[in-house]
Design a protein around this ligand. Sequence first.
Ligand code: DQA
Length: 143
Amino acid sequence: MRFLIINGPNINFLGIREPEIYGGRTYLDLIDYIRAGCAELGVDCEFFQSNHEGAIVDASQGAYKRIDGIIINPAAYTHTSIAILDALKAVGIPAVEVHLSDVDSREDFRQVSYAGKACCKRFAGMGFDGYIAAAKHLKQLLG
Ligand code: DQA
């Protein structure tokens, strides 16, 4: 079983950006954390991060017939991108939406999630653990 973990814009700036919201750990810390969690679950994982919407569309398409599950934090594109929503729908791979922060209790403009409409589950406000919860969910789903 192989999962693709996609992170959107500014996630590469974890540890620098708004630490009071996103914490002090870095994107490399996040990758290490997810890799360890996936190893414990016995699933393979690969990572993709981009600040560019089209690159995330390309990465989603690249998963077609190759990847069993997608874990995606589209970051700000969550709230704007129909292209990412369409890409997730196009590949038809089970996908789970993750947010480090509790988006539901933040600004109004964060209350819409386009990508989430193509996801079977969402974990928000759990920090790094949201990605592990997503991996567990997908593993159980794909069983
Ligand atoms: C985020 C929440 C988004 O609203 C924001 O634009 C991000 C990160 C999160 O992980 O909490 O960049 O997806």
